[in-house]
Design a protein around this ligand. Structure first.
Ligand SMILES: [Ca+2]
Ligand SMILES: [Ca+2]
Length: 259
């Protein structure tokens, strides 16, 4: 009997430990409200930088890890701010071969940022499939055309509300009012961008206006092609949290808190 009890306690302790690990795996970041206008010029002096999203560790490489040569090859620290009309994104990027974009390649095989964002704080954070308000946005980081695209291919048809993929063949700017600027640094570049919330809406999906205290699912990825050729067969990708399954399962994203 005593042995049984010990065994039971052991199992209990183990399951609590595993739960703790699972909970600990969902990271949080704060998006601060911009009280003064954010000027898109590659200078982050007007930003609140106290809640960095750090993407720089081998454990965050979700593709072609063998071709990733460490944080100076490709890594970034991301910041998010907001106001009623806009989402603001900034990234301090370390990158030894910046702005690698080859038009013939698929968007996911070029230097890019990938923004995974929900615009519905009331959605179940443990949902395992994309809902109406779950978006994946591609930003091609070529310092020239800055192509953008929405991938909605993973959203079940009944959840799309006629908001379908746009720009995924490349060569398009699908975001209205989107501006971005970069400033080169000794180890890469600073990126600063604005994305009006209206981009995550259509006739069936109302515009999201964040409120202080809102929490949404959020994730961010950086993709780094070694450029120039050769080097197109392995294209490492790093992400804030989760593995490749983040492309189909929002429960694996992190949490963004509006403050
Ligand atoms: Ca600025
Ligand atoms: Ca690189």
């Amino acid at each position: 009997m005593k042995r049984l009890k010990t065994c039971f306690l052991l199992v209990l302790a183990l399951s609590l430990l595993i739960q703790g690990i699972i909970f600990a795996e969902i990271p949080e970041a704060t998006a601060y409200k911009a009280d003064t206008p954010i000027v898109i010029d590659g200078d982050l002096s007007e930003w609140t930088l106290t809640s960095p999203i750090v993407i720089d560790d081998i454990s965050q490489v979700i593709r072609d890890a063998n071709a990733w040569n460490g944080p100076m090859d490709s890594s970034c620290t991301v910041y998010v701010m907001w106001d009623e009309d806009n989402l603001y994104l900034a990234a301090n990027v370390n990158e030894d071969t910046p702005f690698g974009a080859i038009e013939m390649l698929p968007l996911d095989g070029q230097d890019n940022f990938k923004l995974y964002i929900s615009t519905d704080p009331s959605a179940d954070p443990e949902r395992t499939e994309y809902g109406v308000h779950d978006f994946l946005v591609f930003f091609v980081v070529d310092n020239q055309y800055w192509d953008t695209a929405f991938d909605r291919s993973m959203v079940p048809k009944e959840n799309r509300e006629r908001f379908i993929s746009k720009g995924m063949d490349g060569g398009e700017s699908v975001l209205a009012g989107h501006e971005r600027a970069v400033k080169l640094t000794a180890t890469g570049f600073i990126y600063e961008a604005v994305i009006p919330w209206v981009n995550f809406s259509n006739a069936n999906i109302p515009v999201y206006t964040p409120q202080t205290g809102d929490q949404i699912k959020f994730n961010f990825a950086i993709t780094d092609i070694s450029y120039p050729c050769p080097g197109t067969e392995f294209v490492p990708q790093l992400v804030w949290t989760g593995g490749l399954e983040i492309n189909t399962n929002p429960s694996l994203w992190g949490t963004l808190i509006f403050q």
